[in-house]
Design a protein around this ligand. Structure first.
Ligand SMILES: C[S@@+](CC[C@H](N)C(=O)[O-])C[C@H]1O[C@@H](n2cnc3c(N)ncnc32)[C@H](O)[C@@H]1O
Length: 244
């Protein structure tokens, strides 16, 4: 893997309007031996391959860009009957989550959480590949804001992403979005105002019950920024012209 690596899809089968390139950083400072072992021995065992791990689960949730994994792990522990796919491209983030669930020295052997799978690639790639109406919830907690207007296409919330997320969410499924960045907050308002597939109330200004905290949220609050928390519901009514 290289920084800003192109993903495995070709330009041709990538939806028009969505940048093909992954702009997130994959690598940071040199990994320690324990981190190397987590990535080489533990991650392949937890890597998402198919939906078999979700068989019999009460629901299937997906987290985009889990950072250090605080939200993913809190949701997993609070909802043991729910299957979760958690995506993150940054190696140190993957290691942070893995450190919490895999004891040192047992990277190749420790039992893995049965209802958790990781996707260490661009989340958009898997969202395009999952079956239609397979997810009950999607979490997007404090995404990279890309505040410059000329970088708007790099934002996960994007008019082109609305149909992609709507396809993979069940009717009535929930898309949670949290952001502390004023430009991104305004952008979320604008993008959701321009579509009819998702409905939602005005955003909460305090983290709602059942939304575990994340590292970025803590940083944002410490820096005096005001997070907003949206909950969007995918509508289930299909009009005769095929729109939702
Ligand atoms: C600002 S951080 C927030 C992390 C975490 N959600 C939190 O609240 O602490 C955004 C994270 O999204 C990850 N990311 C960005 N684009 C991604 C993509 N297309 N697929 C998966 N992860 C992505 C980045 O690597 C980064 O760790």
């Amino acid at each position: 893997m290289t920084d800003d690596a192109e993903d495995a899809r070709s330009e041709d089968d990538w939806p028009e309007g969505i940048p093909h390139r992954l702009y997130g950083r994959r690598r940071g400072k040199k990994l320690r031996p324990r981190q190397e072992r987590l990535l080489s021995d533990a991650l392949p065992r937890l890597r998402f391959t198919d939906l078999g791990f979700a068989q019999g689960a009460r629901a299937l949730w997906f987290e985009v860009g889990f950072g250090g994994g605080e939200h993913t792990l809190a949701q997993m522990r609070a909802n043991p009957d729910t299957a979760i796919i958690a995506s993150e491209v940054y190696e140190h983030g993957l290691c942070s989550l893995l450190t919490e669930i895999i004891p040192d020295g047992a990277e190749a052997t420790a039992p893995i959480p049965p209802r958790l799978r990781l996707w260490p690639e661009d989340a958009r790639e898997l969202l395009l590949a999952l079956p239609e109406a397979s997810l009950d919830r999607l979490f997007l907690m404090f995404p990279d804001p890309w505040p410059k207007t000329r970088h708007a296409k790099r934002r996960f919330v994007h008019p082109e992403m609305i149909a992609i997320v709507a396809r993979v969410l069940k009717p009535g499924g929930i898309w949670r979005v949290a952001s502390d960045d004023p430009t991104y907050q305004e952008w979320v308002r604008e993008v959701f105002a321009g579509q009819t597939i998702f409905t939602g109330e005005a955003p909460a200004t305090r983290r709602p019950e059942g939304w575990p905290p994340t590292r970025y949220e803590a940083k944002a609050i410490a820096a005096g920024r005001q997070p907003l928390y949206w909950q969007w519901r995918r509508q289930s009514i299909i009009r005769s012209n095929g729109t939702v």
